[in-house]
Write a protein that binds this ligand. Structure first.
Ligand code: SF4
Length: 698
């Protein structure tokens, strides 16, 4: 009997046997087999399964093999959604080829990205031609030197995928502004009227996805694209949500709105007559009498931009009053009326956007009037019209977004003010609950669903996590797999019983502890912090001692991505890395790349975080304790993720040192301690900690 004709459980069994026979060093793991068996049952009869599968289980193969074999029995295609690109790369490059080989079936897998990730050749050709023209006229073209421009043009001509992510790998560093001008954009798409030489990459990718056996997307695309949900998800044979613990937050982001001066300035630059769509329209208009009215309308639209930016800057200025110095974000204060905060500017901004959208509409109408008599014939004019319509659609969206953010009395959302990248006050809106959205737009469309992650729940209580996602806990089967590694033998656990994180001397004592550990042990040490303020203080205190000892210190800056720092840390020997949010999960430091993990403080969300504050307020109104039901579970989940950085393989050894004494003193401390493989040894001084660590590593 071939693998395709066996029952699903026995086919899965045979596929794992093949992997064992033909692939060294593959070996089955108990947890992986249990996960595969339970997922196979779910695929057979339908339903929803949630599996927490710690590092080392081999969860990807645990879900891929049963899913591929289910597909080979005539189900719809398999849809896998991840949060990170790193996991997508791992699946498409490593795990899927292995799984497909193990099934010996001709299955086809692909990654489908959002439209903006693909080249629009039509826009690109028009854009580059215009840039050359502007340059010849002495205008602003020069965001790429001529060599880079040539390489970009060559890539545009010969790429077979149109995936813009390929460019950095080819050494073509393309600024974001240029990328946004050459990317596929639904607002600037000629649709069926387009016949780009070589085809449309975005459409081709969608078509390919409809023919593939397994399609990988990310959560943001899955949640933001109704077309994808109506086709690929609705027709899928199974949905696998990996890194599922991110789903709730991504849904909140996708359903939210942020609107600041920087957003409007960027959009204005893409619209105006200097560098934007109106410049393209101006170029496309005929000289002479037939183009006069259109040129006047374009100039009118261009003039309408300035009042929008002026009033938006005034709104931002008025909102500053809500953000005292040193405060980065604040929930819209109860009882504070917008009319008092910004008595004039908000109305003016709305009026100015209204004037602008009407002026843009009039300009486009004027250009198109009389069978486009005002336009020069040819594709440049078509392209200019597409871009103009695209910008108009964006301004209409801005108008709607601004009106939605201004409904700050809505109890189901958090409306808050923070700062954009230029430091101007910005308005934001986020829904408090997304369970219903997830239920209706995702879970209701899938008959066989797997949610999985290395850390899916804060503790053993799995039901609240399901409820937040809109799932009825009674309808979800859950499986929590233990780590396949003997963690209690691989990991030493220490808890410092010293100063509390809010004590003014905490940073100094943390720096001296880390300095003593690093200079004595000379092992790669990762310090996980929860704020840049503390990170900077610790870095400043630590640097002289580490410099003197020749130990590299890597300190994350605000907004700095984890990837490059993580690579430097892996390459270093005895290095110290100070990291915040992005280092608590998703970074992999196997073996000697990380041997000492210092957790500076228990990772509770800042209570002033506007979304946390709004959710807490709502819970208090409902008689629910937000600390127990929101802050503590989220901190436990984060803590488990942080600890999970240390042991990545069966041969790793390392120590975790929790510096926050609440783990030893607070009533909830034991819940954090229970997330460690063995009860932490409580120590009272840096010397004691260092001597215990020296003995452990001896
Ligand atoms: S169909 Fe739209 S996205 Fe595709 S190449 Fe044409 S204009 Fe670009």
């Amino acid at each position: 009997m071939t693998i395709a004709h066996a029952t699903l459980p026995s086919a899965v069994e045979s596929a794992f046997a093949r992997l064992e026979r033909y692939l060294t060093p593959f070996e089955r793991r108990e947890g992986q087999m249990e996960m595969a068996a339970r997922w196979t049952e779910t695929l057979d009869r339908g339903g929803t399964l949630a599996v927490e599968a710690p590092t080392g289980i081999g969860k990807s193969l645990g879900y891929l093999l049963p899913a591929l074999l289910h597909r080979s029995r005539g189900s719809g295609p398999i849809l896998v959604s991840t949060h990170t690109k790193a996991l997508q790369d791992q699946l498409i490059r490593r795990d899927l080829p292995l799984a497909i080989k193990a099934t010996s079936l001709p299955l086809r897998a692909m990654v489908l990205m959002g439209r903006g990730s693909y080249l629009c050749r039509r826009r690109a050709q028009a854009r580059l031609a215009q840039r050359r023209l502007f340059a010849a006229e002495g205008g602003p073209s020069g965001i790429l030197d001529s060599g880079a421009m040539e390489r970009l043009e060559e890539w545009i001509e010969r790429t077979r995928t149109g995936v813009l992510d390929e460019l950095p790998g080819l050494g073509i560093a393309t600024p974001g502004t240029l990328l946004s001008e050459i990317a596929s954009d639904p607002f600037v798409c000629a649709g069926s009227g387009c016949d780009p030489a070589g085809g449309c990459f975005a459409k081709a990718a969608r078509r390919d996805a409809r023919r593939a056996d397994i399609v990988i997307v990310n959560h943001a695309l899955l949640l933001s694209d109704p077309g994808l949900r109506g086709t690929l998800l609705a027709e899928s044979g199974a949905l696998i949500l990996d890194e599922a613990h991110h789903l709730e937050r991504v849904a909140r982001e996708q359903r939210g709105v942020s609107l600041g001066v920087s957003d409007l300035t960027r959009l204005a630059a893409r619209t105006d007559a200097k560098t934007g769509a109106l410049r393209l329209l101006n170029r496309a208009i005929r000289r002479g009498s037939r183009g006069v009215a259109a040129a006047t309308a374009v100039a009118e639209a261009d003039r309408a931009l300035k009042p929008v930016l002026t009033s938006a800057a005034e709104v931002a200025h008025d909102l500053e009053a809500l953000l005292p110095p040193g405060i980065s974000s604040i929930l819209w204060p109860r009882g504070v009326d917008l009319a008092r905060v910004s008595p004039r500017a908000v109305d003016e901004c709305l009026t100015a956007i209204g004037v602008l959208t009407r002026a843009l509409t009039a300009a486009l109408d004027s250009v198109e009037e009389g069978e486009r008599a005002a336009l020069r014939p040819g594709s440049v004019s078509e392209d200019a019209l597409d871009e103009g319509r695209g910008r108009l659609a964006r301004w209409v969206e801005v108008d709607q977004a601004l009106r939605s953010v201004l409904r700050y009395e809505d109890r189901d959302v958090a409306t808050y003010v923070d700062r954009d990248e230029r430091g101007s006050a910005r308005l934001n809106r986020r829904p408090l609950e997304v369970g219903l959205v997830l239920r209706d737009s995702i879970f209701a469309l899938s008959e066989r669903t797997l949610l999985t992650s290395a850390t899916l729940t804060p503790s053993t209580e799995i039901a609240p996590a399901h409820a937040a996602l809109g799932l009825d806990p009674d309808d979800v089967e859950s499986l929590r797999l233990p780590s396949p590694f003997p963690l209690e033998r691989q990991m030493a656990t220490l808890a410092m019983d010293g100063l509390e994180p809010n004590d003014p001397g905490f940073s100094r004592s943390l720096a001296s502890l880390v300095g003593a550990i690093a200079t004595t042990l000379r092992k790669n040490t990762l310090v996980l912090l929860t704020s840049y303020q503390m990170l900077d203080e610790v870095a400043a205190r630590l640097r002289p001692a580490l410099d003197a000892a020749g130990i590299p210190l890597l300190a994350q800056s605000p907004g700095e991505a984890a990837g490059p720092l993580a690579s430097s840390f892996r390459a270093g020997s005895g290095a110290v890395l100070l990291g915040t949010a992005s280092f608590w999960e998703g970074v992999d430091f196997p073996g000697e790349a990380l041997e000492v993990l210092v957790i500076a403080r228990l990772p509770f969300a800042v209570p002033t975080d506007p979304v946390v504050a709004a959710r807490s307020e709502r819970m208090v109104e409902e008689g629910v304790d937000p600390f127990r039901e929101l802050m503590l579970p989220e901190a436990l989940l984060r803590f488990r993720q942080g600890v999970g950085r240390l042991i990545r393989t069966s041969t790793d050894r390392g120590a975790v040192v929790v510096v926050d004494p609440r783990i030893a003193r607070a009533w909830y401390g034991e819940r954090f301690a229970a997330a460690l493989p063995s009860p932490p040894r409580v120590v009272r001084s840096a010397d004691e900690a260092v001597s215990l660590l020296v003995r452990w590593f001896a």
